[in-house]
Design a protein around this ligand. Sequence first.
Ligand SMILES: [Zn+2]
Length: 348
Amino acid sequence: MRALTVVPGVAGSARLEERDEPEADGRRLLVQGLALGVCGTDREILDGDYGWSPPGAERLVLGHESLGRVLDAPEGSGFRPDDLVVGIVRHPDPVPCPNCAAGEWDMCRNGRYTEHGIKELDGFAAERYLLEPEFAVKVDPALGLAGVLLEPASVLAKAWEHIEAIGRRARWEPARALVTGAGPIGLLAAMMGVQRGLEVHVLDRATDGPKPALVADLGAGYRTGGVEGTCDLMDVIVECTGAPGLVVDVMGCSAPGGIVCLTGVSAGKKKVPLDAAAFNRGMVLENDVVFGSVNANRRHYEKAAEALARADRGWLERLITRRTPLSRWAEAVEPQADDVKSVIDLAS
Ligand SMILES: [Zn+2]
């Protein structure tokens, strides 16, 4: 069977290669890979900037945004052949730390967690793979290909869960939310904000392409230009770009008692000045919160599966703007104008 592999740390080392067929072992699910979502982390790994091979191996199978179909499921696993499944990306560290021990590996304290397709566990860019049932999540079959959005959606399900946990520190009646960035993460963040009954605004640079209509069809407002004037009195801000200038801007403009959730991983070495005194004064005098959020545990995947099941399927499918066969993976990972989510078709 074919798998897309890479030598982590070596730019341009990715290749499609033949690997031995995985064999059902009576414990794990044997899964037929259907689709794989491509994201910025994959591009970082392909560029040699991130990623770790499994211990003792030179190459890592890429891919962490999965969708597969169960071919073989052990008795008592809770799964059956033909179930659509998504693999949970992160596994707990071996110590384990207190959070991993409680199933909250997204909050790992010692950094020794492992991640499929990223850190020491082979990923899902393969025609077939094995999944531990406790790290597999069932997807509503009605979602079809849109089930590949479950992993990115899980990251936002966690972000919203934590926003609400912080909100409960006092009486909290949020009305307005701002999402920065209308990529897949931003659009899923906006979708979940609308599902919560909030007035949602999405800020992005794009003035054409599919993003303005995707936002409008959610019932959210689409904004271009700067944060100033867009972001006044936002109770919740979900920052999804990691662009340093935007991060500084949104941290300074939430409503009193506002919550700013940072989800973007900044790249590059651009330095942006921050007036620490003004920032501190604003934070203190308005009881503001700025926090970071990454990854997801099983509870978040389950919440994300519910959110996707409640969403309009046609809208979700429009997030998948390109489908490319595995044999042409290099095209799939090359960013294109008007991309929202590029997906590699593993079954064609
Ligand atoms: Zn841990």
